[in-house]
Design a protein around this ligand. Sequence first.
Ligand SMILES: CC(C)(COP(=O)(O)OP(=O)(O)OC[C@H]1O[C@@H](n2cnc3c(N)ncnc32)[C@H](O)[C@@H]1OP(=O)(O)O)[C@@H](O)C(=O)NCCC(=O)NCCS
Length: 147
Amino acid sequence: MKIKMILNNKKQFLHLLLLADEQEDMIDKYLERGDMFALYDDDLKSVCVVTCEGDHIYELKNIATYEKFQGKGYGKQLVKYILDYYNGKCKTMFVGTGDSPLTIPFYESCGFVISHRVKNFFTDNYNHPIFECGIQLIDMIYLRKDF
Ligand SMILES: CC(C)(COP(=O)(O)OP(=O)(O)OC[C@H]1O[C@@H](n2cnc3c(N)ncnc32)[C@H](O)[C@@H]1OP(=O)(O)O)[C@@H](O)C(=O)NCCC(=O)NCCS
C-alpha cells in the first residue's frame, strides 16, 4: 500500500470525490488550493483533500473510498497518514459532514470529536437537496482533532 501526494490534474479523481461531495462546483471551491492524497493498494482505492483554513488550522474537505472497497480500512489509513503528515504544522484539523450515521462514526473512529454545527449549510449552498440514508442533509456538523 502506498499514499501519494497528487500535485497535477486533480480532476482525474473527480469520479471518486463526487462520492463524498456530489456537486462539482462545490468541489471546485477547494480542489486547487487543497493538498490531495491518493491511496493505492495495487490500484487506486481512496482519495482525500485537505485545505489550510488559517494559522495552523486545516480542514479535511473530502475523503472517499471506492464503494467496493469501503469498510476494509483504507479510509482510516488515509486519515492516519494525513494526521501524521500535518503533525507539527497543524494545531487543529476540522472535518465537516452531514448529520449522517454513515460518516460521523467513521470520523469518530479516526479520533475526531464533535465540534460545532453550521445551520442550513447544505440547503444554503447546494443547488439541490442532498440525501443520505433517505434523510435530507441540512446542517453541516464539524468534528475536530486537536494536536
Ligand atoms: C467515509 C469513507 C471515506 C470511509 O472510508 P472506508 O475506507 O470505508 O473506511 P474504513 O474501512 O477505514 O473504516 C474505518 C472505520 O470507520 C468505520 N466505518 C466506516 N464506515 C462506517 C459506517 N458506514 N458506519 C459505521 N462505521 C463505519 C469502520 O467500522 C472502521 O472502524 P474500525 O476501524 O473501528 O472498525 C467511505 O465510506 C466513503 O467513501 N463513503 C462515501 C463518501 C463519503 O461519504 N465521504 C465522507 C464525506 S463527509
